[in-house]
Design a binder for this molecule. Structure first.
Ligand SMILES: C[S@@+](CC[C@H](N)C(=O)[O-])C[C@H]1O[C@@H](n2cnc3c(N)ncnc32)[C@H](O)[C@@H]1O
Length: 249
């Protein structure tokens, strides 16, 4: 997965097309107020959630393995923020946290059971006794049909350099391993007509409720709540995001 290549478009594209996901900030604000800090944020990216939580007065330790995403976060010059470039499965810190978060399906970028358990166990080691981990999981990753042909997603003005960006997308689904692979193509046409293409590949693993229960159990976490939306609603057949809240056991 090449988040470095995607970094420059991330904040802009998120504002442009991610209308539902942006509602997630409500639950992150509510949960951080409930569980307090200091907060460990994994896969912080360019700091979409980080920024809001820091503005609410929380101290955040933010980790991501993309230097380009972190450079964007650093340029925001936020107070009460420490940043580390590291992997969520292997980072090592000599301190512990009360609360850890992983937003926007980011945990699902770990594609094997082995990596997932390694990550959860690592987070467990960095939580205080009774510390809590919350993560937002999309339980419908592999639903629907594949889109194998490059398909137009949007065309919009990219104000950073006044170019026009067109995004084409396609995705295949590995039904055996329950993984969806996206290939996004960004065609940027500059004011002088010059063209530049960027390709971004992202894969996410399906994680059903039962699967998550076993995963948490195996990593010595006890699930204390599962919310079915970003307002702490119940889990229903139609839930598109499940927010798991699990405590070290
Ligand atoms: C969808 S973005 C989420 C960014 C931000 N949390 C948000 O909600 O907008 C996913 C982020 O996960 C990071 N990431 C992917 N795999 C990672 C890993 N193994 N360890 C740490 N960060 C990772 C990527 O670099 C990217 O910034």
């Amino acid at each position: 997965m090449n988040w470095n290549d995607h970094a420059k478009y991330y904040d802009w594209e998120f504002e442009l097309i991610c209308t539902k996901q942006r509602e997630d900030i409500r639950i992150w604000k509510a949960l951080t107020n409930e569980f307090g800090g200091p907060i460990l944020e994994l896969c912080c990216g360019s700091g979409r959630i980080t920024q809001e939580l820091v503005n609410d007065g929380h101290h955040i330790f933010a980790i991501d393995n993309s230097i380009e995403m972190l450079d964007i976060l650093k340029a925001k010059n936020l107070p009460n923020l420490e940043i580390l470039k590291s992997d969520m499965t292997t980072f090592k810190l000599d301190r512990r946290f009360k609360f850890a978060i992983i937003s926007y399906s980011s945990f699902q970028q770990l594609l094997t059971l082995e990596e997932q358990i390694k990550c959860l166990s690592n987070i467990h080691d960095h939580l205080e006794d009774g510390g809590v981990l919350a993560m937002d999981i999309n339980p419908r990753i592999c639903e629907g049909e594949e889109i194998l042909l490059r398909t137009h997603s949007y065309t919009a003005e990219y104000p950073i350099n006044n170019s026009i960006v067109t995004m084409y997308t396609s995705h295949s689904i590995d039904r055996i391993n329950q993984i969806k692979h996206w290939r996004d193509e960004y065609l940027e046409i500059a004011e002088n007509g010059e063209e530049r293409k960027t390709y971004v590949d992202i894969s996410l693993k399906e994680c059903s409720k039962d699967y998550m229960k076993l995963l948490f159990e195996k990593s010595n976490f006890e699930i204390i709540n599962i919310y079915g939306d970003f307002d702490k609603g119940e889990v229903t057949e139609d839930s598109e995001n499940l927010v798991y809240v699990a405590q070290t056991s």
